[in-house]
Design a protein around this ligand. Sequence first.
Ligand code: SF4
Length: 699
Amino acid sequence: MDVTRRDFLQTGLTAGAVLGFGQPTLALAALAPAVEVGNPLEVYPGRDWEKVYRDQYKYDSSFTWVCSPNCTHECRLRAFVRNGVFLRSEQNYDSHKVGDIMGNKATPSWNPRGCLNGYTFQRRVYGPYRLRYPMIRKGWKQWADDGFPELTPETKTKYKFDARGQDELLRATWDEAYTYAAKGMMAIAKRYSGDEGKKRLLAQGYPEEMLTHWEGAGTRTFKCRGGMGLLGVIGKYGMYRFANTLALLDTHVRGVGPDKARGGRNWSNYTWHGDQAPGHPFVHGLQASDVDFNELRFAKLHIGMGKNLVENKRPDNHYFIELMERGAKIVCIVPEYSPPATKADYWIPVRPNSDTALLLGVSRILMDEKWYDAPYVKRFTDMPLLVRTDTLKRLRPEDIFPGYTQPDMSRGASMTRQGLTPEYRKKVGDFVVWDAKTNAPRAITRDDVGDRMTEKGIDPVLDGRFTVKTVDGKQVEVMPLFEAYKIHLKDYDLDTVHEITHAPKELIRRLAKDIATIKPVAIHIGEGINHWFHATLVNRANYLPLMLTGNVGEMGSGSHTWAGNYKAALFQGSEETGPGFKGWVAEDPFHPNLDPAADGKDIQTHAHSYDEEVAYWAHGDKPLIVNTPKYGRKVFTGTTHMPTPTKVMWFTNVNLINNAKWVYELIKNVNPNVELIMSTDIEMTASCEYADIVLAANS
Ligand code: SF4
């Protein structure tokens, strides 16, 4: 039976009435059958609904922004806005257009950039945990209103210093928050200054050594931390500027002049997180060797140690894919069969924290088999430098050449390009090698590397022991460092390395052979390795096989960690630019430059604050002092690193409670002694929950 649309509607209306639907439209909604359509590809009635889907990506405006969390990748993304709401983000795909003032541009290989965290950042901007206004802890506010009475076990309980996190956070205006914070800081600085302050601190049980850098100033009990400050120098490193500015408060409290005024203490960043490779400065003096991953794709042998380039470093792990596409060999050294291990040419399973032995074993094979690149080792490493076997110190030209004077290096690379000052040039001194051509010792300077050494006609030996006569007439045995390494590496034969690492012997040899025969070789280590006890050893051992085979200093070679650290150089001072970011964090608060058009070089700096490692707070707010059974009380923390008691903590962009190990101890026993904790953040973190004043930051 054919039913027309009109017939159907009439029937429907009748049925609706019979069934008692009061509203004809309801009847329609309940009973309307599907519209009969011949070929839906030719024509389809009522396609307005499709617009809803088409329009879901419609936007009114867009803008670019830089995602800047602690992943440190700083991806430039594009946000799309509709009805005033930031709806979504996507990669901007314009990294290749980014350049410096000299016109140097990044390569298109930087694209694509971004990850799902960045693309969903709007959820955090509008999310339920977003901080939108300041808050003050109820108990702390009462303590302030009561005139900041001295904290005793009773008052700590009364004002809930021992129950932060269970107390209420009260909404405050910005004026209130600032005023309460300022009053609190003034009261605390006063309480812990001078002789009275000293008596209190000692009575509270802090060891006297902790007053080393206190210097009579209550402001030195203030700890400020701008979490990962290089991700936002002005805002986050503003915390350190504040620590320095506290010198003004000190002059107010103690009545001292600018020369004696002390600021707060700057809590560290990278060392607390352990991002950096602590052994790198041992090798080359750099805080950490960090290349942009753009360089990774030039490696022909890539060795990942404790590194996960599949799941981590997300905007950069396409370079890992490019390594494969370009035919590089990939070796993965990790205890578990990890995602990058599944992509590797071979995986070397090792026991955790045994990597050092593996690298020393590989180095020994390279030396035993003479698989090293002797010309490179002679010209570019310190291995030919002679060491005295009586003192195990480097032989100095002054030791053996009467009346030796240091040659002028003022026109060499060290002083003209690397910033070596005359004072340091003197300290660094010169070195001695055993010259094969003359069969005699020859003095060399820091500049005599590579072609410079060849031009001088020096051919240093690597092996052997020699005898030199010192200026005071002694016969002293000396040997090149290379020879000393041969002795040191005797302990790392294949069987022993296998026993220590559990790595298969054939893979250890295979790795040595690959390092010897493939160029360039890069070793990339994960941050986890930098957290090992004795991490300096593995960091240093990384360089040995690379130095032996000429794999430092070429594109696609070298040993690198990843801390996003390369960006730090952007803010460093120079003769041309002035003090760099020190001009921001340590501008002299007594001589601020208020000229908005001031040249960077005109900023006067003066550090009134003093650095401190956060780890001492996490260590019960005390240094490492041990009552040893044999030697009695021993202070292991050095004078320069000595912390002060913590009475104020103010940190931004960091969730210290979440970062800390043994957090129960901190919440239960350490923080109740801290009289003001301030957390500045974009979200309600655990650290905000356990703070006295919470300040909402922009995202
Ligand atoms: S990798 Fe992701 S989280 Fe990190 S900066 Fe880029 S988009 Fe943001």
